[in-house]
Design a binder for this molecule. Sequence first.
Ligand code: NAD
Length: 497
Amino acid sequence: MAKHNYDDWKALAGALTFRNQAWINGRFQDAQSGETFVCVNPATEATLAEVASCDSADVDIAVASARQTFDSGVWSERSPAERKQVLLKLAELLEQHQDEFALLDTLDMGKSISETSGLDIPSSIGCWRWTAEAVDKVYGEIAPTGNDALALMTREPIGVIGAIVPWNYPLMMATWKLAPALAAGNSVVLKPSEKSPLSALRLAELAQQAGLPDGVLNVLPGFGHTAGKALALHMDVDVLVFTGSTRVAGMLMEYAGQSNLKRVWLEAGGKSPNIVFDDCDDIKEAAANAAVAIFGNQGEVCIAASRLYLQKGIKDEFLAALAEAAKAFQPGDPLDPATTMGPMVDGTQLDTVNRYVQSGLDEGGELLIGGVRQHREGEGYFAQPTIITGANNDMTMVREEIFGPVLAVCEFETEEEAIRLANDSKYGLGASVWTSNLKRAHRVSRKIQSGMVWVNGWGDGDQTVAFGGVKGSGNGRDKSLHALEKYTELKTIWFRL
Ligand code: NAD
């Protein structure tokens, strides 16, 4: 990608056009009801687009279209090698349009252009490419039965996948579901977040250009309680895959139970602990990581390390280094490549952040930096990077996911206490452990209840490595070959010899 400066990005943003209708059966169309909702740029509060607001009528049409194409075999029965070629072509088209996608996500949800252009879009392209390349290299199994039988265990596409995704990494979260679902041969109905539907709609159009047959991918912008709920309750959706809050994840399990027992795979919320032992050999590095881990993407990150546990003895040194590192994160115009923090996605999210900061102070915490930032009409939903010390596990801000740039700092004395405090959470997504003691690193990593543990790091990830959580953070895994497990049916075929 060409390196653009602030003026370039502003000019490109000014020239951008938006797809604003539902994508069903290979064409854009209004919602059946004719209803729309407004997409707002959270940095300026200007309206970007009026987007079709889908509901159950549109869901019925999209699911029927997905079912019809699945049953026709036009995609589901193509060889993995042929599907691979289409998805590789899509990756190539995304690459050609990567500036456009970076802008769509930056304008729609407020994250910095350096992050969308440097991380979200390239890693989404990487996910499409890797998954496409993987799908014709996965073999079935022959079971070690007796000589009088041949038992095959094969992986088949399942049918119609309903995918519901959040707004914090719009293209990336959609990609983590769509790439394996489509590579495996399924048809999909995707409902992006009502706060960030624009990149998914453009993606659908490019998928058609890449050769994906009409009806295999449908994208329905709309609200959770209308379009999302209808999709989750639909009797002809076989699998529901979701990334979003733990609250909605629970509702989806209920909807599955009330309808057809569709399988539900959930990537939900987090409250990740970051444990720093006094034998950590690089306090500066650990502090710099602690700042990125809570202020990066404005803290709107599922794995945000929002609970910092410092071993007694290093607190003062660590907090001084942390306050210094936090200076790198100042809210600014997300179109400026120098900006490290954009606005919150909307006014509701800013109110939530402010409420938790206030509750942290009311419940006895002390402000190290930041604080409540009042919204000024028309100036964007910017929050302040905030660190509250003297926190403990009884405080609301330590127990609940905030999803903003607010860090709670707690203290501990022993290894056992650190493990107990880290595990004292309904969530279990990520955790960091900072220590130079190898045995301790292994011991603690094993005892932490989370899907992912980073030792002397935070947030490391790769397309080859599984991503996901335990407890209230969900089930199943995105990325890696394990992602394909959610989108394929294990079929047994016996031959009696
Ligand atoms: P959310 O749960 O409010 O919304 C997620 C999606 O669900 C949206 O598309 C929304 O429209 C839809 N939805 C809402 N109510 C629904 C209903 N009743 N029925 C069906 N669908 C419904 O979450 P959000 O605010 O968009 O995203 C933030 C959350 O996502 C945070 O909790 C964050 O931790 C989580 N997240 C998790 C991961 C992960 O991999 N575990 C990754 C990113 C974000």
